[in-house]
Design a protein around this ligand. Sequence first.
Ligand SMILES: [Ca+2]
Ligand SMILES: [Ca+2]
Ligand SMILES: [Ca+2]
Length: 212
Amino acid sequence: MDGRKSYRRALHASLFFAGIATTPAHSALLLSEVLYDASGGDAGKVFVELYGPAGLDLSGYELRGINGSGGDTYKTVALSGLIPPDGVFVIADEDSGGTAVPGADLLADVDLQNGPDSLELWDGSRVIDALGYGDFTSAVFAGQGDPAPDVSAGQSLARVGVTGSNLADFAVLDVPTPGTTAISAVPVPAAVWLMGSGLALLGTRLRRHETA
Ligand SMILES: [Ca+2]
Ligand SMILES: [Ca+2]
Ligand SMILES: [Ca+2]
């Protein structure tokens, strides 16, 4: 190989790796919040929120509820629609053609079991994100890393990180936030996440857990 060719190869390689390095860390579609148990009846009040690239067509994507008791799929929800410009897409539980969830982008039956169970996000051929919640001591876990806790009725699990562990990545919200998210398309310091609306509460909660 002459010098010019090897220079070109080195240049191509460096551009290739530069391309990978500058890809937004959270460019993939993610589960960003789940409310699986509303106070009282769940019909029309529970939701699943996704976060992803604006304009992404969700046709072919689906949610699957995985039963902690036995590990079978107990619910499949076919998705449709486009991720809006702000990246946040809300799938609201449908009740008699409507929903009580504000900011709904899609109405569907997303009343998930109250745990220990898992929720998977599929792109048609594979699982691209998953959240398991509850005590899986004697149940089948289909989430990532360690499970998020079971929450009280009315509380949601909201993503605050992308480490690959549900326990670390999801915080408990007393006031669910369908339509807004604490994560961003560009990596930002944790302190900036906490500046979002309603997230002062979250900071309090996290500090409480640290000292507990
Ligand atoms: Ca439920
Ligand atoms: Ca309930
Ligand atoms: Ca939210």
